[in-house]
Design a binder for this molecule. Sequence first.
Ligand code: GTP
Length: 255
Amino acid sequence: MNDIKLALLGSEGAGKSAVLVRFLTRRFIGEYASNSNSLYRKRLSIDGRQLNLEIFDPCSQGAESRCILEEPVKWADGFVVVYNISDRASFLSAKDTLRQIREARVESCKGEAEVPVCLVGNKQDLCHARQVCEEEGRSVAQENRCHFQEVSAAENYQEIANLFTKLIRQVMEHMKLRADRRRYSGSKSMAKLINNVFGVGNTEDWLREHTEDLEYDSGTLTFTLLCKLYTHSARFQWQQRTVIDMQCCESSIVC
Ligand SMILES: Nc1nc2c(ncn2[C@@H]2O[C@H](COP(=O)(O)OP(=O)(O)OP(=O)(O)O)[C@@H](O)[C@H]2O)c(=O)[nH]1
């Protein structure tokens, strides 16, 4: 089962808790306690996959608020940044939060800035008092390469459910991409190791020549690769049993 961690960020009163509670319960509750950080847990199924969802709703008041960005930015796999369309200051603060997420990710995740984020303009029902036009929100989202959605936690459940579903899908793809990248670099290191230790110039030919007993396990897309490594010169025989992911092995053969 996948664990997915999301964080809601935004200035005080933007409607973070309202948006989140709408998603979790389908209800709009007028007032929320806002003097403490909250962590919500929910199990759900998306595209047939069971997920453990954790959503952090930080308190944006008092002393705790000063450090909220540092922790969620490292902890979360994806972000919902909320502003209030009838409060320009909350929009400017959301812009700044997007910038801080990008910068913090670059620092803490070795250049991996592309964490999934959704910018949300809340309180769409207050459009008579609008201070931020929809186009502005969309363009800031484009600049930051994130998804954008205007919603009203007070009036609409479906848009909020859709935006969370979209974000969770994006997070799952992002996690898969990162795992593939790790596997690929792992397989490259393995090929390098074989080259260094055994002086084999072309890993692809070498693997073909020296690999026996491939045992496929189609269910998990893994197989056991039983390598028998023979030195050229003499009777010295190596046996090494390594479980390698199918994709990993394919990329090691390619490289
Ligand atoms: N009209 C309208 N009011 C909303 C909407 N969403 C939230 N509110 C109201 O805005 C106020 C603040 O909402 P919260 O969800 O507590 O905002 P928050 O961002 O979690 O605030 P903090 O916890 O203080 O950071 C509450 O009075 C909500 O009832 C909305 O979509 N429309």
